[in-house]
Write a protein that binds this ligand. Structure first.
Ligand code: GBH
Length: 493
């Protein structure tokens, strides 16, 4: 076949695919090689903070078993691997004048080398929620703009210097919404602050999330500024942020519910994406919060606007939105999965917040592409099968609902590229392995690989086989032959 005659695929030939993880969720070995505590260490040990009372001390033991993990990634044939660096391993006390830990640098350095030796592109998150505990104690961490921005930028500098010769894909922050709302609003994530005195001894859910979000944006933007000014030219990488955001769909056609869905998008995703890509906070957010939403100075805004080379997207589900309620953290919108006719939107996952609805993923990709006009990297997308943890392993490996989920989302992604013309450059299912699922402990499993926590043995689930044998080869072929997907798999799109 003369491929030159065929129309050129809109999938870039360097489309990245692989799986994603985060340091605290997999590494364990929390007290070795000079690592100091992160805010999750003690938090996860307080009674009632995780569903099963378990913590991150061992997790999937990946700090010790990293060679096995890489061997499995090789077996899966991934092109890239998304993981995060633990700040308290690199700078145990966290601050800009605190010592760097050579052992921490060495571990990630070896890990990156081994990935590259195996032809796997490292896709690195600098911050996936494990703030050095010392910074929280010293000055309240993300609440303290004057300190945290400088300390984060110095941490980023250390990473660019140590790894930037080899790492060409950087994410500054994972999900600022979760950092702010879950950590300082709902208080269900570390450091566990909220106005609810049954839950938290300290905190103010009406102000702190917005302050933290603001400081996370500034820290991100200043790290990008540093990268662009001092590293990009010689290292030639890309840098950006990744935001969580689920598609908000009006409950019905009433104008108030249509407006509610847009409010939900503005508050969850626009809160961060609008300043970073458009240079301003969403009007709705300002209206709802008044003075409680901090202002950026014009000088700060110049640093923030355009501070991401791409749109990093973490997305899992779709919410039907009804106007009402007084929960500002949810834009005064009520979420449901039950349609007006009483049916469910999709298959229920183990966690209450997640149902399978692939059309919502396609709609979100289109929304983000139209609104921000940036290439999209899907850096997380995944499903937790209901009651998977209670099943015998053999049964858990037959994760039919997760296979269905990925069948839907991968098709939605391909349709968005081929039929809708959305510019998508990467796809990383969450997660490579079952792992420490934050407040859920180990009860909720998101892995395409089953982890037996007694032995730490890894067993590929059907979903891993689906992605590795069906989806990834199709992508590979399309990128390689430069043909549209429908040519390779008729009826795909
Ligand atoms: C991702 O966040 C995280 O990046 C990853 O570490 C995690 O393991 C993965 O999800 C699976 O959970 O108000 O309590 O109902 C996903 C984004 C946003 C999903 C908040 C859950 C509702 C939380 N999350 N959302 S709640």
């Amino acid at each position: 076949m003369n491929t030159a005659d065929l129309p050129v695929s809109k999938l870039p030939k360097d489309f990245l695919w692989g799986f994603a993880t985060a340091s605290f969720q997999i590494e364990g070995s929390t007290d070795v090689d000079g690592r100091a505590k992160s805010i999750w260490d003690d938090f996860s040990k307080q009674p009632g903070k995780t569903q099963d009372g378990r913590n991150g001390d061992i997790a999937t033991d990946s700090y010790r078993l990293w060679k096995d993990d890489i061997a499995l990634l090789v077996k899966y044939g991934v092109k890239s691997y998304r993981f995060s660096i633990s700040w308290p391993r690199i700078i145990p006390l966290g601050g800009r004048n605190d010592p760097i830990n050579p052992k921490g640098i060495e571990w990630y350095s070896n890990f990156i080398d081994a990935l590259l030796d195996n032809g796997i592109i490292p896709f690195v998150t600098l911050y996936h929620w494990d703030l050095p505990q010392a910074l929280h104690e010293r000055y309240k961490g993300w609440l303290n703009k004057d300190e945290i921005v400088q300390d984060y930028v110095r941490y980023a500098r250390v990473c660019f210097e140590a790894f930037g010769g080899r790492v060409k894909h950087w994410l500054t922050m994972n999900e600022p919404w979760c950092i702010s709302v879950l950590g300082y609003g709902r208080g269900i994530h570390a450091p566990g602050r909220s106005s609810d005195r049954h839950r938290s001894p300290e905190g103010d859910s009406s102000t702190e999330p917005w302050i933290v979000g603001h400081n996370v944006i500034l820290s991100h933007a200043n790290a990008v500024k540093l990268y662009r000014e001092e590293f990009k030219e010689t290292q030639g990488g890309q840098i950006g942020i990744t935001l969580n955001g689920d598609w908000a769909m009006p409950y019905d056609n009433s104008p108030k519910n249509i407006a509610a869905a847009q409010q939900a998008m503005d508050a969850a995703l626009g809160w961060f994406a609008d300043p970073i890509y458009l240079g301003r906070y969403p009007t709705f957010l300002k209206k709802m919060l008044g003075d409680r939403l901090p202002d950026f100075t014009p000088e700060e805004l110049r640093v923030i606007k355009g501070s991401s080379d791409f749109y990093g997207m973490n997305t899992y589900t779709t919410n039907l939105c009804k106007a009402g309620g007084d929960d500002e953290l949810q834009a005064k919108v009520i979420y449901t999965f039950t349609r007006p006719d009483g049916t469910q939107l999709g298959t229920q996952a183990h966690c209450g917040w997640l149902q399978d609805y692939p059309d919502g993923f396609r709609a979100l990709l289109n929304y983000v592409w139209k609104r921000y006009r940036m290439p999209i990297y899907v850096t997380e997308n995944g499903f937790a099968v209901k009651n998977e943890n209670s099943k015998p392993m053999k049964e858990a490996l037959l994760d039919h609902d997760r296979v269905q989920y990925f069948r839907g989302t991968t098709n939605a992604l391909l349709s968005a590229v081929v039929e809708d013309g959305v510019d998508i450059r990467a796809y990383f299912p969450w997660s490579f392995v079952d792992n420490f699922e934050w407040a859920d402990g180990y009860v909720t499993r998101f892995g395409v690989t089953y982890v037996d926590y007694e032995t730490q043995a890894r067993h590929p689930k059907e979903s891993a086989k689906f992605l590795v044998k069906v989806y990834f080869p199709v992508i590979l072929l399309c990128c390689f032959l430069k043909v549209p997907l429908a040519t390779v798999v008729p009826g795909t799109c």
